[in-house]
Design a protein around this ligand. Structure first.
Ligand code: ZN
Length: 177
């Protein structure tokens, strides 16, 4: 799907710059949050129970096909307070989102992305079933001890029907959401 819906940016190229006031598209799509963890901890994650977290990076995959699309969903993830609804809500405190990967697509790609990340030799699975209560994926959360780079995984983030999707990366600027 073509990049559209960069509302407010006024200039599509500008909206793709990797820093500053990034405006995520309101279009439907699939995203991955890259979270940084600086200190070991234990978190109670809903019905999954207590999970151990360690310094490094976590990648969480989701999709946003409803109203407001990627922008609305990721904005919600970036806000600090709020009801604990998704598994990722339990991890967010003290774990800043340092980067967001996203692709505009009406088709749900999150399970294909989860599979691509599962097969990546740089990732591990910190908690089986995380974010995957309603699907057959082993997890929608992955751990990397070094910061994951989109250019190293981009080719694996494809759709199951090999639809060509453009995966882009932005750094969050909380003022922009
Ligand atoms: Zn899944």
């Amino acid at each position: 799907m073509k990049a559209t819906g960069m509302a407010g940016a006024g200039n599509k190229d500008k909206a793709e710059v990797h820093s500053g006031a990034v405006q995520l598209p309101k279009a439907p799509g699939t995203y991955a949050l890259i979270l940084r963890c600086d200190a070991p901890d234990r978190r109670q994650v809903g019905a999954l129970g207590s999970i151990e977290i360690r310094p490094g990076y976590y990648i969480y995959v989701g999709s946003a096909l409803g109203p407001g699309g990627i922008r609305a969903r990721v904005s919600r993830h970036l806000r600090k307070a709020g009801k604990l609804h998704w598994h990722i809500d339990y991890l967010r405190p003290n774990m800043p989102v340092v980067e967001i990967w996203f692709a505009e697509a009406a088709l749900n790609l999150e399970h294909a992305w989860a599979e691509g990340l599962r097969q990546w030799d740089l990732t591990g699975i910190p908690a089986a079933g995380f974010g995957a209560s309603d699907c057959r994926c082993e997890s929608h959360l992955f751990y990397c001890d070094a910061r994951p780079m989109l250019e190293h995984i981009r080719e694996r983030l494809v759709s199951p029907v090999r639809q060509r999707t453009t995966v882009r990366s932005v750094t969050p600027d909380h003022r922009a959401f």
